[in-house]
Ligand binder design. Sequence first.
Ligand code: CA
Length: 237
Amino acid sequence: MTQKVSVLIIEDEKSIRDFMVKTLTSHEYKVSSAATGKEGLAMMTSALPDVVLLDLGLPDIDGIDVIKKTREWSSLPIIVISARTQEKEKVTALDAGADDYITKPFGTFELLARIRTAIRHNNKIANDQVNAIRPYSAGDLVVDFDKRLVLLKGEEIHLTRVEYKIVSMLAQNSGKVITYSTLIEQVWGPYADDNNRILRVNMANIRRKIEENPGEPKYIFTELGIGYRMLEDENLA
Ligand code: CA
């Protein structure tokens, strides 16, 4: 018998919490829930969930602090539930160690998709530490990390070193949003100027090379004010 995937929901708004508990339970998840940050943190250590859904606006402690406290001891996937439209909140949560976010109001499909992506990504990290990293593949695009090759319809695409770093970072995290500052730090290092301009210039060049219509990208999407998200690897679907 396989173990059910367990989800911990930390959300003070009862109607939203009830909706998520009901939806996830009916989709074969094992669900536990908490209405405060403190209760949530305690349940994380006792229940060891596979994934956490975390509201940022909690009555006792700020959701951002819940993320920071969790990251002191665990890398378990955290998906932030945000009612706030401010991109800044989401960026802060992602940079504090959240894996992804979902904005209220959201539907069943979006909720399930976000959870699947977070869990798959976490499993992939664990597997890749044992196996070599498998190539990324989606639509006509392949990124071969071993050979450092990007192929579109079987043809090699010539990318600069910087462009390749950006694409491979996004491909290794496919399906997940990566913030501008995380990308800049990964590509140019921790002391790089936190300025998006050079990243945007590189992204425009990448899109010209890999997208049929750079204005309507199929592979690398912009999350306005937050970062980029690459189409999910088909091997993971
Ligand atoms: Ca709330």
